[in-house]
Every structure is written in structure tokens, then in C-alpha cells.
Design a binder for this molecule. Structure first.
Ligand code: KIV
Length: 324
């Protein structure tokens, strides 16, 4: 998905930030200039950027905005989203051209060692979010509002959303739930918080849903369509669907103008998301049907740790070249 606005007549090109964009942007701009970038690099310049060009010696990449995701849907393009919970994965995925990074509440069971996403707290997620947002120059950073931090009232949701944008430096947030949350989404959007809505299987409701179950089969498809329409009407910039039959997801996608994102929801959505440890084969155990593994980091890391341990025990590390 290119982020150039040249084919997007509805969205004028983004201007340079009028009040400055912080030291990182200035440093990046001068790096671009000293590398002979005659295009007049400035952090807010969004012209001519395509995936994977972020880097200190290149013109700074334009930030992916929610309108770029919308334009992808209009253009019939797709975008990729991965979870990220720390500096290095954020940097690597960002430089690999992943358009959206999700600081998921799946950190609960992929970082903090919990069995489900329910126990993780706002205070635990905020530092992870900050690390990701500081490390991603191009990707849109979306933060999950964890269980218990937005359900009580629209005011609670706005207050938590503000914390994620202010303290976590996120660009948008995601909440789980159907049309019941339309007024909550409306209040958040009015407060200036872009919201991605998450419907279908919603892990925070695992106990209410009776475990990991595909949602929206048969007649239940209509419920998901109504959820998506209500949430999009309330101002959600995107609707994410988890574990939904491909045909239902396609019907939901057709019913809303906003871009949809799928995880176990077939191929009709504009975006796809995976938990990065699943995608890269870091997590052990049985994978969900919807996961495709693109690497075997668990084996690579285990082999590296074993080799290091063997070297230390046998006296092969450190060698003279590692000594002062
Ligand atoms: O927290 C998360 O990782 C998620 C994805 C499963 C979409 O919400």
C-alpha cells in the first residue's frame, strides 16, 4: 500500500508540521538533506513515499494516517498489521513496511505470561505502547484498551483513550464490542481519539462467549453486519473482525465504507493482522488455523542460546577477539 496522496484527489497532500515535530524529526530531516535528498525532506511531507523506505539515510517516511487506510479500501489495495510490544520489533516491522502496529492486549499472554488477555492493565500496556510509538517512524500505532478500562461508561473510555494518546503516544486505539459501544465510539471520536472497532470473536469476552468460537455463522452474520454499520456510523475509522467465516466478513466489508481488518476472517478485508510471535514462529504450541508462520524464530533462538551455553561451558567464549 503506497501512502502517496497523488492518486487520492479527496485528500490534499500533508503539510510539514507547522509547529515542529520534535528532535527526531529534525535529525531525520537533516540526515535526508545530507544524503543529498533534494526533494526538500521534512517530517510532515507525505509525497512519494512507498513501503519499506524508512531509514536514516533516506527521506523520512510519511506517517500512515487513518485516511491512507481508507484510501486503500477505495483503491482495492490491502495493508498489513502486526502486533508489536517493544522497540526492536516496532523498528523492524516499521522498516519492513508494515502499515499498522498494534500494541495489543495480547501482550498479556505474549509478554506478561498470563493465560488470557484479561489480566493486563492500562499501566502495564502504556510503557510498551510508548516504546513502540517512539520506534515506529511510519506505521500507524494502534493501542488496545484493555479489559475493564472502557466498559463502564463513555467517559471512562475517553479518559483511557486520552491516556493512550498522551502517555502511550499511540495514534489510535482499539476497543472490543458490538453496537452497544456505538455511543462510546462517538464520544471518543468527538474527543479526538481515532477508534478501531473489534467485533466477531472478542478475546476479552472469552468467558461470556463460552471460549474460542467462530462468530457470525449462518443467521448470526446479520448481527455482525449491524454491529459494524453502527460502529462505523459512530465514527470508527476501521472495523477489525476476528474468527468470522470468510463469507460473513465479506458481507460486513461490503456493508461499511471504512476499511476492515481480518484475523481468521478470510481475504475480503482491506487489512490483515497477526500476533507477531505467531507470524514469526516464536511462540510454541498449537497455532490457530488462521496463522501462517513466516519464520521459525523459536528454533533459531533456541539454537543460538544452546550454542552460546556450550561455548561458555567449554571455554570457547569469550575469545581473545572479545577481550580487552
Ligand atoms: O491484542 C491483539 O493482539 C488483538 C489481535 C488478535 C487483533 O486484538
Amino acid at each position: 500500500m503506497a501512502t502517496t496522496n497523488s492518486s487520492d484527489s479527496s485528500t490534499p497532500a500533508e503539510l510539514a508540521a507547522p509547529y515542529g515535530s520534535g528532535p527526531a524529526a529534525s535529525a531525520a530531516a537533516s540526515a535526508g538533506e545530507s544524503a543529498g535528498n533534494s526533494a526538500g525532506a521534512s517530517a510532515g511531507d507525505s509525497a512519494g513515499v512507498s513501503a519499506g523506505t524508512a531509514g536514516a539515510s533516506r527521506k523520512p517516511a510519511a506517517r500512515i494516517r487513518t485516511h491512507h487506510l481508507h484510501q486503500a479500501k477505495v483503491n482495492g489495495e490491502h495493508f498489513a498489521m502486526l502486533t508489536a510490544y517493544d522497540q526492536y520489533t516496532a523498528e523492524i516491522f516499521d522498516q519492513a513496511g508494515i502499515e499498522v502496529l498494534l500494541v495489543g492486549d495480547s501482550a498479556s499472554n505474549n509478554v506478561f505470561g498470563n493465560e488470557t488477555s484479561l489480566p493486563v492493565t492500562v499501566d502495564e500496556l502504556l510503557p510498551l505502547c510508548r516504546a513502540v510509538a517512539r520506534s515506529a517512524r511510519r506505521a500507524l500505532v494502534v493501542a488496545d484498551l484493555p479489559f475493564g478500562s472502557y466498559e463502564v461508561s463513555a467517559q471512562q473510555a475517553v479518559a483511557t483513550g486520552v491516556r493512550f494518546l498522551k502517555e502511550g503516544l499511540a495514534h489510535a486505539v482499539k476497543i472490543e464490542g458490538g453496537k452497544f459501544y456505538a455511543e462510546t465510539v462517538r464520544a471518543m471520536v468527538q474527543a479526538g481519539i481515532p477508534v478501531m472497532a473489534h467485533i466477531g470473536f472478542t478475546p476479552q469476552s472469552e468467558h461470556a462467549l463460552g471460549g474460542y468460537r467462530v462468530q457470525g455463522r449462518g443467521d448470526d452474520a446479520q448481527r455482525l453486519i449491524e454491529d459494524a454499520v453502527a460502529l462505523a456510523d459512530a465514527g470508527a475509522f476501521s472495523v477489525l473482525m476476528e474468527m468470522v467465516p470468510a463469507a460473513t466478513a465479506a458481507a460486513v466489508d461490503a456493508a461499511v465504507d471504512v476499511p476492515t481488518v481480518g484475523i481468521g476472517a478470510g481475504s475480503a478485508t482491506t487489512g490483515q493482522v497477526l500476533v507477531w510471535q505467531d507470524m514469526a514462529g516464536l511462540r510454541g504450541g498449537k497455532m490457530a488455523k488462521f496463522v501462517k508462520q513466516y519464520a521459525d524464530l523459536r528454533t533459531s533462538l533456541s539454537d543460538a542460546a544452546k550454542a552460546y551455553g556450550d561455548d561458555v561451558r567449554s571455554g570457547h567464549f569469550p575469545g581473545p577477539e572479545h577481550s580487552f
